[in-house]
Design a binder for this molecule. Structure first.
Ligand code: 5GP
Length: 210
């Protein structure tokens, strides 16, 4: 069976990755990987849906058991992608979406060079600051930290295959969906199996001499 495709989405906090990724899930049925983190849940976040919220001991135990596809420390907290659910789904032919930071994305790239790496940019730094400030959950110090980190992260954009500027959610989601469709249409992604199937299908119709 042909493996599913692995899509990796990164971008600064406040760029709107979460909303755009949810839209891709709705439109395509792609399976979103749920990360494990040592950060505390924000109001409204659900354990097992937004993240698996765990303590540091459990996180580090998972690291020692090689249970992560990748993990990284982001803003003083650990975040990691549980390996088994991703590899199992890919092997079953299902597409998987990771929404992770650039450190993690670059680690994944070493293991899955065939992954599709997408970076979400805000329309401007001013707009990014406005969006982050609007989130009551973050303190001013946390906001400054995030803006500084965002700029550092953006320096790594060359490592990605695509970039989507999120000015309006609907348009950005359309772009992401277009990337999804284009990647599935790439020659090399399972096209050999299709041609083989055509050959078998036509066998009984063509003259043996052809
Ligand atoms: P937040 O705390 O705002 O939910 O996420 C902070 C950052 O951690 C975001 O850039 C998010 O993409 C990243 N992140 C979430 N899950 C993972 C993960 O499993 N691995 C890595 N490397 N980064 C993650």
């Amino acid at each position: 069976m042909e493996e599913g495709l692995l899509f990796i989405v990164s971008g600064p906090s406040g760029a709107g990755k979460g909303t755009i990724c949810s839209e891709l899930v709705k439109r395509t049925g792609i399976s979103l990987s749920v990360s494990m983190t040592t950060r505390k849940p924000r109001p409204g976040e659900i354990d097992g849906k937004d993240y698996y919220f765990v303590n540091e001991a459990l996180f580090l135990k998972t690291v020692s058991e090689s249970g992560f596809l990748e993990y990284a420390k982001v803003y003083d907290h650990y975040y990691g992608t549980p390996k088994a659910p991703v590899t199992t789904r890919l092997a079953a032919g299902l597409d998987v979406l990771l929404e992770i930071d650039t450190q993690g994305a670059l680690k994944v790239k070493n293991e899955w060079p065939d992954g599709v790496f997408i970076y979400i940019l805000p329309p401007s730094m001013r707009e990014l600051r406005r969006r982050i400030t609007g989130r009551a959950a973050d303190t001013l110090a946390a906001i400054e930290l995030r803006l500084g980190e965002s700029l550092k992260e953006m320096e790594r954009i060359d490592q990605y295959d695509y970039c989507v500027v999120n000015e309006r959610i609907e348009e950005a989601a359309n772009s992401l969906a277009a990337i999804f469709t284009a990647e599935h249409a790439r020659v090399g992604r399972g096209v050999r199996e299709t041609i083989q199937a055509y050959k078998e299908e036509i066998q009984c119709y063509i003259h043996p001499s052809i």
